[in-house]
Every structure is written in structure tokens, then in C-alpha cells.
Design a protein around this ligand. Structure first.
Ligand code: ZN
Ligand code: ZN
Length: 152
């Protein structure tokens, strides 16, 4: 009887140790998952903020090497403040009879099909009347149908 009691104490310790191990595995898996999500998020975020390939690569490499714990707060401080879309001076472009490229912001003459700097298509086709109009328009200038790609 005494023997059984004496043996049961280390058994309880072993269960606690296994539980702790499982807990750490779950914790580490969760952290790795979070890390991967952060890498993807930084990749998407930096791509929407700059066309500078070097800056994009450096940001992604740094978050992969250093953990998000260290690099994410730093990244939020050093990243370019505005989005590429915010830089479009589309009112000025309208006044000058020019179209600004939604991708790189370069001014192009209105009759051009593609951007002279990055090759991106300058106009989209209206889903309702097939009229072509610049990406920056929120509504079709011919029939008033909303530009469904505007927020993309
Ligand atoms: Zn462009
Ligand atoms: Zn239309």
C-alpha cells in the first residue's frame, strides 16, 4: 500500500511535464504562424506604399530574420507614410488634360493607352456602357456606373 502511494507522486510530476511541453509546442506554433502572417502583411503593405523594389525586399528580409516582435514596431516607424494611391494629383491631371497613372503617379497624355513609365493600363472599361475612363474616376463619365475597381 505504501509502495503504491510512493510511486504515484512522480507519475503526477510527469503528467505536468507533458502538459507543459504540449503548451510550449502550441505556443511556439502560434508564434510561427503569427510570424508568417506578419511577413505576408509586411509584403502587401510595403508593395502598396512604394515601387522601390530594394525597400520592399529589405523590409521582407528584415521581418523574416528578426522576429515581428523586434521588427514590426520599427517597420511601422520607418515605412513610407502614404499609400501610392494617395500620391495621385488627379485634379491637376484633369486640369492639364492628362491622366495620372494609378500605379506610379506619372502624368500621361489623355490619349495614351498605357503608362509611359511603368506600362500599366491607364484606362478601364465601364462594365455598363463599355466606355473607357481613367482608373482614378469613381464613376463612369458617360453613364455614371460606379467604378467597381476603384477601391482595389
Ligand atoms: Zn505608371
Ligand atoms: Zn459607363
Amino acid at each position: 500500500m505504501f509502495n503504491i502511494l510512493a510511486e504515484s507522486t512522480p507519475y503526477i510530476d510527469l503528467t505536468t511535464a507533458t502538459w507543459m511541453k504540449d503548451f510550449f509546442i502550441v505556443l511556439i506554433s502560434f508564434f510561427i504562424f503569427l510570424w508568417i502572417v506578419c511577413i505576408i502583411w509586411v509584403g502587401k503593405d510595403i508593395a502598396s506604399r512604394t515601387n522601390n523594389i530594394l525597400l520592399q525586399i529589405v523590409s521582407i528580409i528584415l521581418i523574416t530574420i528578426f522576429s515581428p516582435l523586434i521588427w514590426l514596431p520599427l517597420y511601422i516607424i520607418i515605412r513610407p507614410v502614404g499609400y501610392k494611391k494617395d500620391n495621385i494629383p488627379w485634379r491637376e491631371a484633369c486640369a492639364l488634360n492628362m491622366i495620372s497613372c494609378y500605379n506610379c503617379g506619372t502624368f500621361n497624355p489623355k490619349e495614351y493607352e498605357c503608362c509611359i513609365k511603368c506600362g500599366e493600363k491607364l484606362r478601364i472599361k465601364c462594365k455598363q456602357c463599355w466606355e473607357q475612363y481613367p482608373h482614378s474616376y469613381q464613376y463612369c463619365n458617360k453613364c455614371g456606373a460606379p467604378n467597381i475597381e476603384f477601391d482595389l
